[in-house]
Design a protein around this ligand. Structure first.
Ligand code: FAD
Length: 123
């Protein structure tokens, strides 16, 4: 935070919400509303990166499959959960990196592990 504050290229806009992303063919700026003064203002910008954080949508398995205190499904290196035959892949699980590349890798591994799990069940 201190480094960002000290960087002359970064300006914080506090107590504001983005009302509209402006531009016709491309992003040209944003209109912001100051929630305290109720005034609106436009800021010129070439791009907008929306970073809203994450909130795992795992309520439907609550009480069934173990999660961490933030609600992410706990899985081991083979993506197995605490229930045999149930695997977790992608952003929903406890992982140090939530990106497309890691989610796709998880999907591939989970599919292979599911296949092995089911093959063991075939008599
Ligand atoms: C704003 C933003 C920018 C990002 N930018 C990048 C980037 O530049 N590069 C990058 O690599 N990653 C980026 N990511 C991260 C990337 O999008 C995720 O890591 C990736 O999409 C995770 O894939 P996933 O399949 O695990 O989850 P998701 O893509 O979230 O897919 C989960 C799917 O499950 C569905 N679903 C949810 N609940 C249920 C239910 N109960 N039943 C059935 N379906 C359900 C959802 O509708 C959704 O379609 C970004 C994420 C955000 C939010």
């Amino acid at each position: 935070m201190d480094r960002a504050n000290d960087n002359p290229k970064i300006r914080f806009e506090l107590n504001v919400i983005i009302e509209e992303i402006l531009g016709s063919d491309r992003v040209e700026g944003v209109r912001i509303l100051d929630v305290l003064s109720k005034e609106t203002r436009e800021i010129t910008a070439d791009g907008v990166f929306i970073y809203v954080g994450t909130d795992p949508n795992a309520q439907f398995i609550k009480g069934e499959i173990e999660t961490d205190d933030k609600g992410y499904i706990l899985s081991n290196s083979l993506l197995q959960t605490n229930i045999a035959g149930v695997y977790a892949a992608g952003d929903i699980r406890n992982t140090p990196l939530r990106q497309v590349a890691t989610a796709v890798g998880d999907g591939a591994l989970a599919a292979v592990e599911v296949e092995k799990f089911l093959a063991d069940k075939v008599v």
